[in-house]
Design a protein around this ligand. Structure first.
Ligand SMILES: Cc1cc2nc3c(=O)[nH]c(=O)nc-3n(C[C@H](O)[C@H](O)[C@H](O)COP(=O)(O)O)c2cc1C
Ligand SMILES: CCCCC(=O)C(=O)O
Length: 372
């Protein structure tokens, strides 16, 4: 029975080409950060409130003008057609059914226009899923400008600029497996360049990109801009100064610089650095409703999931992703209820404890002065 994210991972592994399974699960170097993201959530403890009388929980959020029925959004992941024929169309329909924000990867195998169309067809009376568009700024600014225009015209309501990739992370599993390119027949639809007779450009991960490019982007779009992958508090402050509207606090699921901290460990520091001026979305290692509660309690406005969506897609296409989003919603609702919360707005940092024992300021209260 598919009851948990872990069940989806296990089920997906039996179906997936092992090379693709490695592409999804893997990360950079020794995959220390891949593991750290999940471990950090597991280490944190929740401290619930009782007798609050909350019989229903509100899970809906509005981030940067985008309304969603859940604080769990779909982080951008590349190449969904590797996993299922319909590719990102299946993902988008499932996101719409769940009322979740989907961040379309620049490296998607379906074009943003078609993804947007799929969300409109899948609403079952509800609204289409808000789409955000993820961008690796290309040094060819005219090409970047045309992509921004495409995303805007397709109805995307925010841009997510990934800034942790001056070079591509060293995915050793992929190198060993020889998985370095998309198989024949699949292509990154956004990289088709009409100026060059429809040539498919490689995605440049460029070390030339600087804050000047962020200023340039700020100048050509009125869509909200989120930076994805800034981890240093000083860069979070710089982001605010450069007119960025939000942060997607992410270490790329441990796929860029290995040994960076888990994102949830960085959250309090980043939260303090931006001081409420811009919202923070966090991704990396979110696998349980309790993980969502912890991230929101520590100051995130929403969380993103990457690999779980890929596993669910591989396991059961659109239906798989729908089920995944449902089960995470149920887990989140359950965790909120048990925390005594009436909704995500009730989550505050006092509900989270790092297990340090004895706590420095409480040792005096221990019986018999047993602790030296
Ligand atoms: C297979 C795969 C493909 C990804 N593709 C992209 C991408 O195209 N653009 C991007 O900014 N991040 C990409 N990411 C990173 C995710 O957006 C996200 O930061 C990460 O997966 C979150 O961690 P999680 O997988 O533990 O949930 C990718 C991650 C995976 C696993
Ligand atoms: C050019 C594809 C980028 C995919 C990516 O960001 C990842 O695999 O983590």
């Amino acid at each position: 029975m598919l009851m948990t994210v872990q069940d989806f991972e296990t089920a997906a592994r039996t179906r997936l080409d092992p090379v693709h399974a490695d592409f999804i699960a893997g990360g950079a170097g020794d995959e220390i950060t891949v593991r750290a993201n999940e471990e950090a959530f597991r280490r944190l403890r929740l401290l619930p409130r009782v007798l609050r009388g909350n019989t229903e929980r509100a899970l809906d959020i509005t981030v940067l003008g985008s309304r969603a029925r859940t604080p769990i959004l779909l982080s951008p992941t590349a190449f969904h057609k590797l996993l299922v024929e319909e590719g990102e169309l299946a993902t988008a329909r499932a996101a719409t059914a769940a009322g979740a924000i989907m961040i379309v990867s620049m490296a998607s195998t379906v074009a943003v226009e078609d993804i947007a169309e799929a969300t409109r067809g899948a609403g079952e009376g509800g609204d289409p899923a808000p789409l955000w568009f993820q961008l690796y700024l290309q040094p060819d600014l005219e090409f970047t400008r045309s992509l921004v225009r495409r995303a805007t015209d397709a109805g995307c309501t925010a841009l997510v600029v990934t800034v942790d990739s001056p070079v591509r992370g060293a995915h050793e599993r992929d190198v060993r497996n020889g998985f370095l390119d998309l198989p024949d027949g699949l292509r990154c639809e956004h990289m088709v360049d009409p100026r060059e007779g429809g040539r498919v450009r490689p995605i440049a991960m460029s070390a030339e990109i600087t804050w000047t490019h962020i200023d340039w982007l700020r100048g050509i779009t009125s869509l909200p801009i989120l930076l994805k992958g800034a981890l240093h508090p000083e860069d979070a402050r710089l982001a605010v100064r450069h007119g960025v509207d939000g942060l997607l606090l992410s270490n790329h699921g441990g796929r860029q610089l290995d040994t960076v901290p888990a994102t949830v460990e960085l959250l309090p520091e980043i939260h303090a650095a931006v001081a409420g001026r811009i919202p923070i979305v966090l991704d990396g290692g979110v696998r349980r409703g309790t993980d969502v509660v912890k991230a929101l309690a520590l100051g995130a406005s929403a969380v993103g999931i990457g690999r779980p969506v890929m596993w669910a897609l591989a396991e059961g296409g659109e239906k798989g992703v729908r089920r995944l989003l449902e089960l995470l919603r149920e887990e989140l609702d359950q965790a909120l209820a048990l925390c005594g919360a009436a909704g995500v707005q009730d989550l505050t940092p006092d509900l989270v404890r790092a297990p340090v024992w004895p706590p420095a300021d409480a040792s005096a209260a221990l019986p018999g002065g047993v602790v030296s």
